[in-house]
Design a binder for this molecule. Structure first.
Ligand code: GLA
Length: 800
């Protein structure tokens, strides 16, 4: 009675604490846990003698020293719960009690793990923790438990997130750091929710001791090594220090062949799995001991980066795996899934991979790695050349690649030079080998249309432990160029540079009647009633701004659309019209993004919101050759109709209407600003539709489509380019009278900088550009603020 009273009082005091706590012990399992567990070999046939002997063996066999410090008792240690609900051990199996056993384990310098289940009963039919979580956690703490494997049997109608969270909180409350190993078999995708709950989570059902089989137990199945491995696909991004994918415990030494054991162990290391042994340590073969104590292999698993490896390819039954390691190293593993020995010609550059998760690249072309064969424990040359490898059936080859020599571009962001500056390319070669390295570094300079202009070559000797800088000074005419740098190992880097871009000359080639052509189009447009219609999008609107879906009529009676965002508060606001890219999906501006502005994203004919009713095919070749009917005649008029709309709004301060857009939207921005003086400042980026003749020489698209169509139509070059000249934004740029800012990506292979500048250089009004040296068909994140600042700086108070 007395005891019960105390317990109730204790529990009452616990309650507020329970709510306030709620976390796991974050400092544990920073690398995947290592240890030994009873289940795989002994199942329910366990007792304190076995555990004590195993503790002794973990130490005497050097396993503890290799990292296996958790000694875990799995299911079937339990007896009954006492009258108060506290759990007891099975008295026959554990006559000295669990506390004494824990003490024994700790006295060996090991840590002690135990097992329970989130349901009413464990998988072995013994008492589970359901409803007893806090009590059990207190008991474990009293016993000195350091690790809890928490199973998922008999949990019908139980929410897994809740169940595992309760036990996590109970453990935290009990105050003794316990590694929490979630054993939910992957049924409810624990990788999506368990990161803050446990230190690892099982990703699959139970492992069976076979290489590639499925063992059917009737109501459930267990899986061989390869079956489990294949189920790890797509999960690597969820794992990391303190939260690991657990493909289940090891079966090494339990009956597979030595090759299979080695492959199993290696693959578990490659995927940063917890390494929990499950064999009989008293009857272990030398080969088994050798496998599980190979410290260099274990180090792959325990690497501090904590990034799971990935499959980098497969061929003819072989799989190639890479795992990024700390210090710029990699693990490279070849797994032979088949039963026969395989020989393979390994060319390193075939495995040139950039791993998005770690942000690391193997870069075999510009880095030299020393190869260490971890299973033979020998140094095995370098990656300077390919090699023939042989992998036995159901076996692996495991290399660690240590970077020892590298060439890298040292220009940083300096890839564009202005008049008066001296262009150069700088390569740093770094040698951390014990001997000097001779290298020839070559640089090829090509025009942006891929004509080889010059080659440079430099022979260098890089002393051991040193860096050598190779600088290639370049003499350039205004323009954009391609650079290819190669070293003795292969390609170092391929990239674009530029010099004095504002001096690039692409003379206008407009026909004398171009003004007339566009004036006529504008007159035609003016004759079309716009029929603006607005529909409020309630769900997307906020307290600050309303979002509307807008429709209107444009040239030829064509319906066009857009999303409008206007401030809720009455007033006059500056307005931005955004023109869309080629094939862009529709979007509307963040309602709370620029609350003091009217913003309108226009979908012109057949694009964006209009794409479902697109009748213009791929747009760019629609009625090519016929300037009166060409797609872009109508599309350019849509830009003006969009301005008609925005200027008709009571909220728009028409002194401050700005235009912007990227790619096709960049070209539209320039075209609209040239054709309509209601735009007061413009921010095109990576603009399209210019300087066609040169454009088609520099990059394949859209020239390929246009030139095919040209042939089909039997148009001469003269006819083609004459017609296109009406739609070349460089010819329209001459009419712009307002400030312009242009953003461009130096590595753009869609709308290359040459064509961006063809138009830009002909703009007669105030202008500036922003170069993003490493961007392709894109701008940097700071562009959005830059262009907004530009608009704000160009705000007018009167129409002067
Ligand atoms: C489940 C687990 C196994 C083992 C047994 C014990 O099957 O997945 O790892 O713990 O229960 O009954």
């Amino acid at each position: 009675m007395k005891k019960t009273g105390k317990l109730i009082i204790a529990l009452l005091f616990l309650l507020p604490v329970i709510q306030a706590s709620g976390q796991k012990y974050n400092e544990l399992a920073r690398t995947p846990q290592m240890g030994w567990n009873t289940w795989n070999k002994f199942g329910s046939k366990i007792n304190e003698k076995l555990i004590k002997e195993t503790a002794d063996l973990l130490v005497s066999k050097g396993l503890a020293d290799a990292g296996y410090i958790y000694l875990n008792i799995d299911d079937c240690w339990q007896g009954d719960r006492d009258s108060l609900g506290f759990i007891n051990a099975d008295k026959e199996k554990f006559p000295s009690g669990i506390k004494a056993l824990g003490d024994y384990i700790h006295s060996n310098g090991l840590k002690f793990g135990i097992y329970s289940d989130a349901g009413s009963k464990t998988c072995g039919g013994l008492p589970g923790s359901l409803g007893h979580e806090y009590q059990d956690a207190i008991t474990y703490a009293k016993w000195g438990v350091d690790y809890l494997k928490y199973d998922w049997c008999n949990t019908k109608n139980i929410n897994p997130v809740g169940a595992y969270t309760i036990m996590r909180d109970a453990l935290y409350d009990a105050g003794r750091p316990v590694l929490f190993s979630i054993c939910e078999w992957g049924d409810n995708k624990p990788w999506l929710w368990a990161k803050e709950i446990g230190h690892s989570w099982r990703t699959t059902g139970d492992i069976w001791c076979c290489f590639d089989c499925i063992k059917d137990h009737g109501s459930w199945k267990s899986l061989g090594v390869l079956k489990i491995l294949d189920l790890q696909e797509g999960l690597r991004k969820y794992a990391g220090p303190g939260h690991w994918n657990d493909p289940d415990m090891l079966q090494v030494g339990n009956g597979m062949s030595v090759n299979e054991d080695r492959a199993h162990f290696t693959m578990w290391c490659m995927i940063a799995a917890p390494l929990i042994l499950g064999n009989d340590l008293a009857a272990m073969s030398d080969e088994t001991l050798e496998i599980i104590t190979n410290k260099e292999v274990i180090a792959i698993d325990q690497d501090t980066l904590g990034i799971q490896g990935f499959k980098a390819g497969s061929e003819n039954g072989l799989e190639f795996w890479l795992k990024p390691l700390a210090g710029g190293k990699w693990a490279f593993c070849v797994l032979n899934r088949t039963g026969e020995s395989k020989t393979y010609n390994l060319a390193w550059n075939k495995f040139d991979r950039t791993d998005d998760l770690s942000g690391r690249s193997t870069s075999f072309g510009s880095k030299l790695y020393l190869v260490r064969d971890l299973w033979t424990g020998t140094d095995s040359g370098s990656t300077s050349s390919g090699r023939e490898i042989t992998v036995q059936g159901h076996d692996v080859l495991l290399y660690r690649l240590d970077p020892v020599y590298s060439d890298s571009l040292a220009n940083g962001d300096k890839l564009l030079w202005l008049n008066g500056e001296k262009p150069y390319i700088e390569i740093v070669s770094h040698n951390s080998m014990t001997s000097a390295y001779n290298e020839t570094i070559k640089l090829s300079l090509l025009s942006d249309s891929n004509k080889l202009l010059r080659t440079y070559e430099n022979k260098i000797v890089v002393p051991s432990g040193k860096e050598v800088v190779t600088r290639f000074p370049l003499t350039l005419m205004p323009g954009f160029y391609r650079v290819v740098v190669t070293g003795s190992l292969g390609m170092v880097k391929k990239f674009n540079i530029g010099y004095d871009p504002e001096k690039i000359v692409s003379p206008p080639d407009a026909q004398p009647d171009i003004r007339e052509f566009w004036n006529k189009a504008k007159e035609e447009l003016a004759a079309v009633k716009p029929e603006f219609s607005l529909r409020l999008c309630k769900d997307s609107s906020t307290l600050l701004r309303n979002v509307y879906l807008v429709k209107m009529k444009s040239l030829g009676g064509e319906e066009i659309s857009g999303y409008l965002v206007t401030p809720v508060k009455e007033g006059k606001y500056p307005a931005i019209i955004t023109y869309m890219g080629y094939g862009s999906k529709p979007w509307y501006p963040q309602p709370d993004g620029n609350p003091g502005m009217v913003e309108f994203v226009l979908s012109g004919r057949g694009q964006g919101l209009r794409e479902p009713s697109n009748k213009y095919g791929n747009w760019i070749t629609w009625n090519l050759g016929n300037k009166e009917e060409y797609y872009y005649r109508g599309a350019f008029m849509d830009l003006i109709r969009g301005l008609d709309f925005i200027c008709s709004l009571p909220q728009t301060d028409t002194l401050n209407v700005f235009a912007e857009g990227g790619s096709q939207g960049g070209a539209f921005t320039i075209a609209a600003t040239a054709l309509d003086n209601r735009i007061k400042a413009a921010a095109p980026f990576i603009p399209f539709l210019s300087d066609y003749k040169d454009y088609f020489k520099i990059v394949p698209w859209p020239g390929d489509q246009i030139l095919v169509r040209q042939k089909e139509l039997g148009l001469s070059d003269e006819e083609l380019y004459k017609m296109l000249s009406y739609f070349d934004i460089k010819n329209l740029a001459l009419w712009i009278r307002v400030p312009v800012i242009m953003g461009f990506g130096l590595q753009d292979e869609v709308c290359p900088p040459h064509i961006n500048f063809a138009a830009y250089n002909l703009i007669p009004s105030a202008k500036k550009y922003v170069c993003y040296p490493w961007k392709g068909h894109d701008v940097g994140n700071d562009w959005w603020q830059k262009r907004m600042d530009f608009f704000i700086n160009n705000k007018r108070t009167s129409d002067k």
